[in-house]
Design a binder for this molecule. Structure first.
Ligand code: AMP
Length: 115
């Protein structure tokens, strides 16, 4: 069950502030509060999806394609394409997902090393 009280739901609703990078009717992107790289942006769909797995199972093909195309556009707009960047999506306990609203991490701005 989706938890309406999770922190990203509150950021989407405007109850909790964020450093916004991009927003439209379907997507919000904002800076991670504890950046793991010089650029660390989180991209979230505004729909109620718990995780990558939930999103891929329950969003439709248009929503999925739109979300990932926009995520790529945000990485480009952040100036990360030429030098490269990392995309991370954590799902569930073993993936160490800490916020139960699906999100993509965009990490860049330095050589990130191996996983
Ligand atoms: P994950 O471990 O994949 O669930 O990632 C959750 C991310 O959310 C972590 O990188 C946190 O630093 C980040 N985070 C938690 N609370 C906030 C917040 N209020 N604003 C921005 N980022 C946050």
């Amino acid at each position: 069950m989706y938890d309406n009280n999770n922190i990203f739901a509150k950021i989407i609703s405007g109850e909790i502030p964020c450093k916004e990078v991009y927003q439209d009717e379907k997507i919000l992107a904002f800076e991670d509060v504890a950046p793991a790289a010089p650029t660390h942006v989180l991209v979230v769909p505004k729909g109620e999806y718990i995780s990558f797995d939930d999103f891929m199972q329950n969003a439709n093909a248009e929503q999925i394609a739109g979300f990932f195309a926009k995520t790529r556009q945000i990485a480009s707009d952040l100036g990360l394409v030429a030098d490269g960047y990392r995309i991370v999506m954590n799902h569930g306990k073993n993936g160490n997902q800490t916020v139960p609203h699906f999100h993509v991490h965009i990490l860049g701005g330095k050589q990130l090393g191996g996983l």
